[in-house]
Design a binder for this molecule. Structure first.
Ligand code: ZN
Length: 638
């Protein structure tokens, strides 16, 4: 073997697991398939030798200081490997178990969508559905000069909007700043010493900044500029104009604002669309899209049992404990026994048992004639479980409390994970939450049509971002993931799906000179998608990478540049290279793999099938993940 390391990865003396001290040269910048029976040693060569050594060398490039945290990787059992590039393994592991990780976040498509919505989307008022507008101070001045020409106006700064309080200090403070008048609930009033309003009513209070006639004089222009600036300062970027004769009110804002109702949104930034940021996350579910709620049926599985017999499942049967003592006191107060069926316990008592209470009461004993004092200080079973789930640091307590809860779609955001205002930013009529619910094929089509629905300004803003998104969606389509949606949580992906997503992101990263190692990427793929998968691997190779695939698939083997067949059998009867070369060369050999490839051997379809036992499992209306309300019936005993 005299190859140059530029063209080949040379492996000498590989002995990991069952490998029999083998030497092998693997051509670089080619699509190479390592095949053979299960257990023959394919993965030992690909992952436990080549990938392990690549990882080890990578970590060796770190400083000694960093290495002490990483821990040294053991040298794989091999004499020498030459010509190795940086190695990236694309295995069938689900990338993240975090509930905050979705197909959209791991492919980074969601990051681009956030950018697109922050820069290019139109905001609409969640009060009136009107388009929100924001103005610069100069724009506001021109609008006022135009709309109120020849009229007298008041310029005001909102200070309090629909809030309760007496606001004595506020009035004092406004007076100290040199203002003379305020508008309280629509009435202009002079500021007086000790002024206050009814503290139990809600109020609208504005500071009167200026009153002036609008004309075309230069002085007017100057004064108006000053007053707008002052009003914006005191109104925190919002101001009001009232025409004195008609009393017509207009709002102007530097932020996005609803022109009729005056509600305003912050000027959008990408974090407003991130469910992993407090700026964007739905406050009800903290951006998880689901909330855990107590299911009373799980707490009381059988209402006919008593407290004593373990009717409250989280508590179990009666024991001498503080909780049961509290329940006995509650029973005293509401006059029932802990041996009564739970369904017979009075409603007020059930309220207290489940949701807690805090009170003292006395009972006069009929027999003894003495009074005894009791104290109820009870958190409530339902609250207790919820608090354990929310606040406990222990994973096993969390798991225990979760047994009595259901995971439901968040009622506020309906599973979109985002704040209400973030969902009122729209592009071509759709908010970002609606986009991530579409499957990738649908979404890709939506983006293809988007351009014609955008304004010229939006087109300029969107063009680069849309290009990035479309390219990434195409990579996902190329690996056969057209049916996934971006909001699909990554923990629910199968190993094969997770692997193909990683493959798609690698193609997107456009790295060159990398050695990619993949573990049976064709698993679970439809024939049609397998063809696309092979094309993706070929394109990784064509931009200048080496690709090694551990694979049984016939199409993949036939399309490889080079095939290494490991065998002849599994375990200690394997671990040897039984043939290598181009697929054509391989066909001439008399190996099991060659026989399958050239059709000498095949897996026969049995002529008679088993009868089955006539029973079946029925599944109706399945809607999990990408299932579209599927019903199936599967016979048993077959
Ligand atoms: Zn929510």
């Amino acid at each position: 073997m005299q190859h140059t390391p530029e063209e080949f990865i040379e492996i000498i003396g590989a002995r990991a697991h069952n490998l029999k001290n083998i030497d092998v040269s693997i051509p670089r910048e080619k699509l190479v398939v390592i095949t053979g029976l299960s257990g023959s040693g394919k993965s030992s060569l690909a992952f436990d030798t080549i990938y392990a050594e690549g990882q080890r060398r990578y970590i060796e490039t770190f400083s000694a200081y960093a290495r002490q945290f990483l821990g040294g990787l053991e040298r794989p059992d091999v004499d020498k490997i030459d010509g190795l590039s940086p190695v990236i393994a694309i295995e069938q592991k689900t990338t993240s178990k975090s509930p905050r990780s979705t197909v959209g976040t791991i492919t980074e498509i969601y990051d681009f969508l956030r950018l697109l919505y922050a820069r290019g989307a139109d905001a609409f008022s969640y009060n009136t559905g009107e388009k929100m507008i924001s103005y610069s101070d100069d724009q506001i001045k021109s609008l006022i000069l135009e709309e109120f020409n020849g009229k007298r106006i008041s310029i005001l700064a909102p200070a309090v909007r629909s809030r309760k309080g007496h606001y004595r200090e506020l009035f004092e403070q406004i007076a100290k700043q040199g203002f003379l008048k305020v508008r309280v609930n629509g009435q202009i009033r002079d500021l007086e010493f000790g002024m206050k309003v009814d503290r139990y009513k809600t109020h609208d209070i504005e500071i009167v900044i200026d009153r002036m006639a609008i004309d075309t004089e230069e002085d007017t222009d100057k004064r108006l500029s000053e007053s707008i600036k002052t009003a914006m300062y005191h109104g925190e970027d919002v101001m009001m104009v009232i025409e004195q004769e008609s009393q017509e009110v207009r709002f102007y804002s530097r932020n996005l604002m609803c022109p009729s109702s005056g509600i305003s949104y912050p000027n959008p930034e990408p974090n407003n669309f991130s469910f992993n940021s407090p700026k964007g996350a739905c406050p009800c579910c903290n951006g998880l899209g689901t909330v855990n709620e107590i299911n009373l049926q799980k707490i009381i599985p059988n209402p006919k049992t008593s407290i004593k017999n373990g009717g409250f499942a989280p508590l179990g049967e009666y024991k001498s404990s503080w909780i049961f003592k509290q329940l006995e006191i509650i029973a005293q107060k509401y006059d029932f026994k802990i041996t009564d069926a739970i369904e017979d316990i009075p409603k007020e008592a059930m309220e207290m048992i489940l949701y807690g209470g805090n009170e003292k009461f006395s009972v006069v004993s009929k027999v003894m004639g003495i009074t005894k004092d009791y104290k109820i200080d009870f958190e409530g079973i339902s609250n207790f479980i919820k608090n354990q789930y929310d606040n406990s640091d222990s994973a096993s307590i969390k798991r225990w409390s979760k047994e009595f809860m259901d995971e439901n779609n968040c009622p506020d955001c309906e599973g979109t994970r985002l704040r209400k205002e973030s969902l009122y930013f729209k592009l071509n009529g759709k908010n970002i939450g609606e986009l991530v619910q579409m499957d990738i094929a649908e979404l890709s089509q939506w983006f293809a049509d988007l351009d014609q629905h955008l304004s010229e300004k939006q087109k300029v803003i969107a063009v680069e971002v849309v290009k990035e998104i479309t390219a990434r969606l195409q990579f996902l389509l190329d690996v056969g993931l057209n049916y996934l949606s971006l909001n699909r949580s990554s923990k629910s992906l199968s190993g094969g799906e997770a692997q193909r997503i990683r493959l798609a992101t690698q193609i997107g990263s456009q790295l060159v000179g990398v050695l990619y190692i993949l573990d049976e990427p064709s698993i679970g793929l439809h024939q049609r998608d397998n063809e696309r998968l092979i094309k993706s691997l070929e394109s990784l190779r064509d931009i200048g990478n080496s690709v090694i695939v551990v694979e049984h698939d016939k199409d993949m083997i036939e399309r490889a540049d080079y095939v290494i067949d490991i065998g002849p059998k599994a375990g200690r009867f394997g671990g040897q290279i039984i043939s290598k070369g181009t697929p054509k060369e391989l066909l001439k050999e008399n190996t099991i793999t060659a026989q399958y490839l050239n059709g000498k051997m095949k897996i026969e379809v049995p002529k008679t099938r088993r009868e089955g036992n006539g029973k079946s499992i029925k599944l109706s209306g399945a809607t999990g993940n990408n299932l579209k309300n599927v019903s199936i019936e599967s016979p048993l005993g077959k």
